[in-house]
Design a protein around this ligand. Structure first.
Ligand code: GCO
Length: 446
C-alpha cells in the first residue's frame, strides 16, 4: 500500500448491531422487539434459530472489548437496543438497567481508547410499537423515535461523538423521522456536547453493463431509486431528477422551509458497501425488470454479463461479488454529488456460508476474507488520495453473528464464534487487520 493515505485521526473499527450481537433478549427489563417476535415464528429464519442468545455480547462485552484492544482499533460501531431503553415505548418507564448497560459499554470502550460510533436504530423496534400502531407505518413512530433519540443523546452524548440515526432506512422511514431526530440533536445537544450526526446507507455500486446510453441511464436510475432518493432530499433538498421524471407529482412536495431544514440535515454520510452490480436497461432492451423494480423504473441488476463474465469475483453469497473498485467509484460518486460531505465506511465485509464439513481450521484460515478487506482498503486509500473526505472504516464484523433471516449459517466475523460454547477465536483476517492498523499508525483517541 505504500505510504499511508489515511489521516492520522482516521477511525479504524469493526461494526455490529444490537440484535445480531447482544442476546440477553429478556434480561434486565428489556422488552420484546420486532425481531424477537419475527425470529420466533417457525419458518422465518432458515436454520430455525433466533437472536435470543446471539453471541452473548450483552454479557461478554468486556471480553469483546479485549479483542478490539488486541486488534488495535480506535473505534467501535454498535447499535442501541430500543426495547432495552424503552420496553413499552414513550408512555412507559425508561429501563435504567438498559441505560446502565450502555454506560458501562461506552466507559470501558473509552478507557481502552476506542471511540463509540452509535447507531440509534439498526432494524429492531419495540414490539409494543408494532402492536399499538403498526410500527414505522404510522406517523406515531416519529414521536416515539424522537423520545428514544432524546434519551440517548441526553444519557450518552457527553461521551458519544458519532451518532447515526438509522441503519439503511427503507421505504417505511420517510425523511421526516430522520431530520426530526437531527433537529433535536442540533438544537438541544450539539452545542454543549459536540459530535457529529449522520445516517447510514446501503450503497452498492451500479455499473452499466455496456457503454450504450440506455444502459448508462439505467445505472443512473438504479443509483437514484436505490440510494439517492434518501440522500438527495436530506442534502440537496429535492428528489433526484430520474425520480421526478418517472414519478412526477406522486413525489412529496417540499416547501422552502422544509428544504432549508432538510438541507442542513447531515454532518456525515455512512456508507455500507459490500458489492457491485451490472445494470441493464429494460426499457429499450425488453428485459424483465426486477426483482422489486417496477416496469417504469425499468432496470435489471445482475452480477455477471450474459456471457458469464462476473463484475468481480464470485463468493458463497449470491448478492456478494468482490469488486474493490466499486468502493472507490461509490465514494467518488457520493463525493461529487454531495459536495464532499464527510463520509464513513460504516460496513464492509466478507461472508461465508457455514459448511458443516468444514473444520475450525478452515474457518480460521480465511484467506478470501483477507483478500477482500485488503482490496477494499486499498480502493479506499486511492479514493482518499484523490481527495475524498472519508474519516473512518468499520469492518463488518468483529465476530461471527446472527445474520438476520440466514441465522447462524452465514459468517462475517474476523473472529470465529463456536455457537455451542460461544468461544471466540481470532481468524487470519483478525491478525491481518491488526497488522494493517499498526502499519498505518492509528492514534488512540481519548
Ligand atoms: C446492515 C446489515 C448487517 C448485515 C451485514 C452483512 O444492513 O447493516 O444487514 O446487519 O449483517 O450487512 O449482510
Amino acid at each position: 500500500l505504500g505510504q499511508s493515505s489515511f489521516p492520522s485521526n482516521f477511525l479504524f473499527g469493526t461494526a455490529s448491531s444490537a440484535y445480531q450481537f447482544e442476546g440477553a433478549y429478556l434480561s434486565d427489563g428489556k422488552g420484546l422487539n420486532n425481531w424477537d417476535v419475527f425470529s420466533h415464528k417457525p419458518g422465518n429464519i432458515i436454520d430455525g434459530s433466533n437472536g435470543d442468545l446471539a453471541v452473548d455480547h450483552y454479557y461478554r462485552y468486556m471480553e469483546d472489548i479485549e479483542l478490539m484492544g488486541s486488534l488495535g482499533v480506535n473505534s467501535y460501531r454498535f447499535s442501541i437496543s430500543w426495547a432495552r431503553i424503552l420496553p413499552a415505548g414513550r408512555f412507559g418507564e425508561v429501563n435504567l438497567a438498559g441505560i446502565d448497560h450502555y454506560n458501562k459499554l461506552i466507559d470501558v470502550l473509552l478507557l481502552k481508547g476506542i471511540q463509540p460510533f452509535v447507531t440509534l436504530n439498526h432494524f429492531d423496534i419495540p414490539q409494543e410499537l408494532e402492536d399499538r400502531f403498526g410500527g414505522w407505518l404510522s406517523p406515531e413512530s416519529q414521536e416515539e423515535f424522537l423520545h428514544f433519540a432524546d434519551i440517548c443523546f441526553k444519557s450518552f452524548g457527553d461521551r458519544v461523538k458519532y451518532w447515526a440515526t438509522f441503519n439503511e432506512p427503507n421505504l417505511q422511514v420517510t425523511s421526516g423521522y430522520r431530520s426530526a431526530a437531527v433537529d433535536i440533536f442540533r438544537s438541544k445537544y450539539q452545542k454543549k456536547q459536540g459530535g457529529m450526526i449522520g445516517i447510514v446507507l446501503y450503497a452498492a455500486w451500479f455499473e452499466p453493463i455496456s457503454n450504450s446510453t440506455a444502459d448508462k441511464s439505467a445505472a443512473e436510475r438504479a443509483q437514484s431509486f436505490l440510494t439517492n432518493w434518501i440522500l438527495d432530499p436530506i442534502i440537496l433538498g429535492r428528489y433526484p431528477s430520474e425520480m421526478n421524471d418517472i414519478l412526477g407529482s406522486n413525489l412529496p412536495e417540499f416547501s422552502n422551509k422544509d428544504k432549508d431544514k432538510l438541507k442542513s440535515g447531515l454532518d456525515f454520510i455512512g456508507i455500507n458497501h459490500y458489492t457491485s452490480y451490472y445494470v441493464q436497461d429494460c426499457i429499450s432492451s425488453k428485459c424483465e425488470p426486477g426483482p422489486g423494480i417496477s416496469k417504469t423504473e425499468g432496470f435489471y441488476l445482475q452480477s455477471s454479463q450474459r456471457n458469464g463474465v462476473p463484475i468481480g469475483e464470485y463468493t458463497d453469497l449470491d448478492w456478494l461479488n468482490v469488486y474493490p473498485q466499486g468502493l472507490e467509484k461509490t465514494i467518488t460518486y457520493i463525493k461529487e454529488r454531495y459536495n464532499n460531505t464527510p463520509m464513513f465506511i460504516t460496513e464492509n465485509g466478507y461472508g461465508e456460508v457455514y459448511n458443516p464439513n468444514s473444520t475450525i481450521k478452515d474457518f480460521l484460515h480465511d484467506v478470501r476474507r483477507v483478500n477482500y478487506i485488503a482490496g477494499y482498503l486499498n480502493a479506499l486509500s486511492v479514493a482518499i488520495r484523490k481527495g475524498a473526505d472519508v474519516r473512518g472504516y468499520f469492518a463488518w464484523s468483529l465476530l461471527d453473528n446472527f445474520e438476520w433471516i440466514f441465522g447462524y449459517t452465514v459468517r462475517f466475523g474476523l473472529h470465529h464464534v463456536d455457537h455451542a460454547t460461544l468461544k471466540r477465536t481470532p481468524k487470519l483476517s483478525a491478525s491481518w487487520y491488526k497488522q494493517f492498523i499498526t502499519k498505518h499508525k492509528v492514534v488512540t483517541l481519548m
